[in-house]
Design a protein around this ligand. Structure first.
Ligand code: PAF
Length: 282
């Protein structure tokens, strides 16, 4: 695996792949890699000849009171995992390489980025959209893969890929979960043992609400039951919302819907989401 930190070296490396007629898949990450990231790499290898992974902890997507400084950084272990997984290229620029002096641009996506995490974390999706647009221009992949765990992020990225005429195919990969159902996340590393035990209430509450709605139950009581279950487990809730799976606007039982939640336990903010479809027999 080639590890590249400077744009001047990235261009010839990806240029050599393209000159050989090889397709390129990009898996953008912020490192602290886990099995969820490896599932993206596995899918990337299936879909393209060459796989590039980026690791960049992007300061622009962290709010002033968020965890940028304590965000887990494990570059050596990450590089070993990616080598073993058969990744061709690791693109890991420093902050000065990504945002050189004078950098002054911002990509802001309307619509899908406005509610949910967009409301709870002002500026977050501008930071994500800006860095992902830069990564797309830097690597110029044919496809790019993102986890469905960050469902709203995936919708924002689909928007910029289409709106900016990138020609890049965006692939969403289903959330990877621990045996008890907790979605894998780099932030799970912050959970104290007792909070890790309680955290399972998040996928369980979403699963129960999705089933109740899928069986034909009314939306509001199912959402209230999910909020109550999370509060009883010790979560402080940012949101539990049912939305249209494509527009992230108001849900319509005749269309695919998605139930999303963000909540904090022991100071750690977790997010999760689940598909909701009303069962015709329900
Ligand atoms: O999901 C992430 O790890 C980040 O938000 C991303 C897409 C790599 C942009 O920094």
């Amino acid at each position: 695996m080639q590890t590249i930190r400077h744009l001047a070296e990235l261009r010839p490396a990806t240029g050599a792949f393209r000159a050989a007629g090889e397709s390129i898949a990009l898996v953008p990450t912020m490192g602290a890699l886990h099995a969820g990231h490896l599932a993206l790499v596995t899918e990337a290898k299936r879909l393209a000849k060459r796989v590039a992974v980026s690791i960049f902890v992007n300061p622009k997507q962290f709010g002033p009171n968020e965890d940028l400084d304590k965000y887990p950084r494990r570059e050596a272990a990450d590089a070993r995992m990616l080598t073993e997984a058969g990744v061709d290229l690791l693109w890991t620029p420093g902050v000065d390489e990504m945002y050189p002096a004078g950098f002054a641009s911002n990509i802001s996506v309307g619509g899908v980025s406005e509610g949910l995490d967009g409301a709870a974390r002002p500026g977050h999706f501008d930071g994500v959209a800006t860095v992902v647009a830069k990564l797309f221009n830097q690597v110029r992949p044919d496809i790019a893969l993102f986890g469905e765990k960050d469902f709203q992020q995936l919708a924002v990225i689909r928007r910029i890929a289409a709106d900016l005429d990138t020609g890049i195919e965006i692939v969403g990969v289903p959330t990877q979960r621990d045996d008890d159902g907790l979605a894998l996340s780099s932030r799970n590393a912050y959970l104290l043992p007792e909070d890790r035990v309680a955290a399972v209430a998040l996928p369980r509450a979403l699963g129960a609400a999705a089933k109740a709605i899928g069986d034909g139950g009314a939306f509001a009581p199912a959402l209230t039951a999910a909020r109550d279950a999370l509060a009883a487990a010790g979560f402080a809730i940012d949101y539990v919302e049912l939305v249209d799976a494509e527009t992230l606007g108001a849900p319509d039982a005749a269309r695919p819907m998605r139930l999303l939640a963000a909540a904090r336990i022991g100071g750690t903010r977790l997010i999760d989401n689940i598909a909701v479809a009303v069962n015709e027999q329900g």
